[in-house]
Design a protein around this ligand. Structure first.
Ligand SMILES: Cc1cc2nc3c(=O)[nH]c(=O)nc-3n(C[C@H](O)[C@H](O)[C@H](O)COP(=O)(O)OP(=O)(O)OC[C@H]3O[C@@H](n4cnc5c(N)ncnc54)[C@H](O)[C@@H]3O)c2cc1C
Length: 442
């Protein structure tokens, strides 16, 4: 199975296919899954001199890791306020700090291993879809006080002038420390770096069955067998469920991205003013970034269905034009694709140990670039050095995700977000229209 068609697959820096496993081998650690959870763990282990093998059912970065929005930021899918209430501020801060360190790790890996995954422009704007400047200011103060995060308030006039000229947006918050990358090229660069440190990768090698009762685990693939002291399961939302205790704890949730054809700078500049990451405040919002060649990578929507909708390109273009009507007649879709995330009911990553020698890293939701780096670091140091920092994630165990009922519930939650978003946006949009009309009439 090769990569699904996407802008990233078309522009990847490497095309070499690694051969599948044929025959038997022994190793210290076997990592299952060549997304960023698996790759980061394998890189960490290889750098520590631990003999490690990674098997991937398709290609390195085939799953969510190689086809996402390319936003690299800190935090989790779960809101920090919810984490504070549940765990207390110190624990929540400890979790947040891990993701800040992860951003520094990603930057240093890009540099150290010369990973060609640009543009790596810094900065994210979160544009408010509702009229709530006081709420934004309070949020910024809270983030600074509790987590040391700097969020600059951007008033609507400046937002339109300097960042994003959309009739939909009110004020926004700008965060300088996050950045962006080409996710598939980053995955390929991490894989190369890990191989240079001694990792062996087998592509087109799915795990088909497992024997984990003994100290020596047996990992069976279609044409091979691996004996290992440790196994790390990192299959994201793509796993067929070889170990039900682990796979039934996540819900696969699909989301979509499109890439437009390049647009002329003069045209695109009337809408998106800066090539930074831009998202909005809706529960079910858009996220996008303009590339140096005038393309726009645009993501949004969520569903529990597992096939690409036939009108996806049309619908995604409609989403873009709703935000930037001035691009009508200029923006055209070049490619559109879907990807599958894995979510736990508690919306936090599941990083931990099931039993002696059996580890898991999954459920990174829609915020996986920093958090899979955290998982890689925690699991590699746990296995190699006995470090127990992974226990920070103990409150977020392998809770059953609800099977088909969970999928229905997730879809219902998404629809309720959409309905709420629609109602508040309509209210504030109309409020603004009325006040503009009054101002013009006065
Ligand atoms: C469209 C989209 C946009 C997103 N945008 C962003 C974003 O902008 N920023 C951000 O931080 N996060 C984003 N995310 C989330 C992020 O991509 C994920 O959280 C993260 O990549 C998950 O990594 P993973 O390694 O757990 O899973 P994956 O990357 O999905 O990797 C799992 C791998 O396991 C392999 N596998 C499955 N079963 C087996 C088996 N039996 N044997 C061997 N291999 C197996 C699969 O083939 C796959 O390659 C987005 C996700 C999607 C889908």
């Amino acid at each position: 199975m090769s990569y699904d068609d996407s802008y990233y697959a078309r522009t990847r820096t490497e095309a070499d296919v690694r051969p599948p496993l044929v025959g038997e081998l022994e190793t210290e650690v076997c990592v299952v899954g060549g997304g960023l959870a698996g790759l980061n763990t394998a890189l960490g282990l290889a750098e520590k001199g631990i003999k490690t093998v990674l098997i991937e059912a398709a290609r390195v970065g085939f799953g969510a890791s190689g086809r996402n929005g390319g936003f690299v930021g800190c935090g989790y899918s779960q809101d920090m306020g919810v984490l504070e209430q549940r765990l207390g501020l110190d624990h929540a801060r400890g979790l947040h700090d891990l993701t800040r360190d992860a951003l520094a790790t990603i930057r240093s890996r890009i540099e150290r291993h010369a990973i060609d995954c640009g543009p790596n422009v810094s900065g994210t704007l979160v544009a408010s879809w509702t009229d709530n400047p006081d709420g934004l200011r309070r949020h910024a103060e809270d983030a600074h006080e509790k987590y040391g995060v700097t969020l600059d308030f951007v008033a609507r006039e400046r937002l339109v002038e300097d960042y994003a000229s959309s009739p939909r947006y009110f004020d926004g918050l700008y965060k300088a420390e996050s950045f962006q990358f080409h996710p598939l090229n980053y995955c390929l660069g991490i894989a190369r770096a890990a191989e240079a440190a001694g990792l062996k990768i087998f592509e087109h090698t799915p795990l088909v069955s497992l024997e984990i009762e003994q100290a020596e685990k047996q990992i069976e693939t279609p044409r091979g067998l691996i004996r290992a002291r440790h196994i790390v399961l990192a299959c994201g939302g793509y796993g067929p469920g070889v170990l039900p205790e682990v796979s039934s704890a996540v819900l696969p949730v699909a989301t979509y991205v499109m890439a437009t054809a390049p647009m002329n700078d003069n045209v695109l500049g009337t809408a998106i003013r800066k090539p930074i990451c831009i998202a909005d405040t809706r529960g079910a919002g858009d996220y996008y970034r303009a590339l140096p060649d005038g393309r726009v990578i645009w993501g949004g929507r969520m569903t529990v269905r597992n096939s690409k909708p036939p009108r996806l390109a049309h619908d995604m273009l409609g989403d873009l034009l709703k935000v930037y009507p001035q691009l009508e007649g200029h923006a055209a879709v070049e490619t559109s694709w879907m990807g599958t995330m894995s979510y736990a009911r508690h919306r936090m990553p599941q990083i931990g140990r099931l039993r002696e020698g059996v580890w898991y890293a999954q459920a990174f939701g829609g915020s996986g670039m920093g958090t899979t780096t955290v998982a890689g670091d925690l699991l590699a140091t746990a296995i190699a050095d006995g470090d127990d920092r992974y226990r920070l994630f103990e409150p977020f165990g392998l809770t059953w995700a609800g099977g088909p009922f969970g999928r229905l519930a997730a879809q219902a939650i998404y629809w309720s977000y959409q309905a709420q978003d629609w109602a508040t946006a309509r209210r504030d949009f109309n409020k603004r229209r009325i006040s503009t009309t009054l101002e013009q009439g006065s």
